[in-house]
Design a protein around this ligand. Structure first.
Ligand code: APR
Length: 255
């Protein structure tokens, strides 16, 4: 009798020698962090996210873009990791040689106990100077629910505007993180892709690298995506439900 997807996935995960977990915005959806493609609200509903997430948008209207990222930072600061984030941290603790790669700019993996996620699209919590790249520290965000324009603070060193530490459309990904991610994908035997549409490259290439190098790809997503093609097992369901069950099954409830 052929085993069900979840049973097979748990077995492969439990036996894996090198595991990669690759996450996207859907991983944080159940913590109340809107995915990039979710409709924007308040002041932001007049814009599409792609319009706000570019260097050109920041040059043209820094107060609008800074306001948007401070609003997103406030949403994340109010959010809590969910059982799916905890399950990912448990996989890292249990699976030998595991690597966590995320496209997310929130810090929910870190707050769930993940030690060194590779952030391919940067982080909301690593602002820097838009001119000299000097790291900046910004206090706790206190943004109104509907959002507002907010002038970015100035760099202590060169007085240029501070920008969010995220990768904007049209910008290169951080090379060290991208190289480490590609290396991990090329040498893993199981890659778990969670909550990503697999549409935004070069990050979306990571599951394809793993598949080409012979790894088993397991996808967790309530919806079909282009990654269905490279996935050996598709687990249709939300991360907060599917991942804890997978970890329990893989490590016999000791997850
Ligand atoms: N559990 C698992 N997956 C989910 C859940 C959930 N609870 N809710 C939604 N999803 C899935 C959706 O079906 C969709 O396939 O998460 C995916 C989210 O897709 P996107 O919004 O396209 O996010 P992502 O793939 O991370 O986008 C890539 O593009 O938007 C830029 O920089 C941004 O990092 C982001 C990148």
């Amino acid at each position: 009798m052929t085993e069900s997807g979840p049973t097979q996935a748990a077995k492969l995960l439990g036996q894996a020698r090198r595991t990669v977990v690759f996450t996207g915005a859907g991983m944080s959806a159940e913590s109340g962090v809107p995915t990039f493609r979710d409709a924007l609200t308040g002041l932001w509903q007049r814009y599409d996210a792609q319009q706000l997430a570019t260097p050109e948008a920041f040059d043209a209207d820094p107060d609008l873009v800074w306001g948007w990222y401070e609003w997103r930072r406030a949403v994340v600061a109010r959010a809590r990791p969910h059982p799916g984030h905890l399950a990912v941290a448990a996989i890292e603790a249990r699976a030998p040689h595991s690597v966590l790669i995320t496209q997310n700019v929130d810090d929910l993996h870190e707050r769930a106990g993940s030690t060194a996620p590779l952030h391919l699209h940067g982080s909301l919590f690593a602002p820097r100077c838009s001119a000299c790249a000097h790291p900046a520290s910004t206090g706790d965000p206190a943004e109104p629910a509907e959002g507002r324009r907010l002038p970015p603070p100035r760099c202590d060193r060169c007085s240029a505007p501070i920008r969010p530490g995220v990768v904007w459309f049209g910008e290169a990904l951080p090379q060290p993180a991208l190289e480490a991610a590609a290396e991990a994908a090329a040498s893993c035997d199981v890659l778990l892709t969670v909550g990503t549409s697999g549409l935004v490259y070069p990050a979306a290439e990571i599951p394809h690298v793993a598949a080409r190098c012979g790894a088993t790809v397991i996808q967790v997503n309530p919806e079909p995506t282009p990654l269905d093609q490279v996935s050996d097992i598709n687990l249709r369901g939300p991360a907060a439900r599917v991942l804890p069950a997978l970890v329990d099954a893989a490590w016999g409830g000791a997850g």
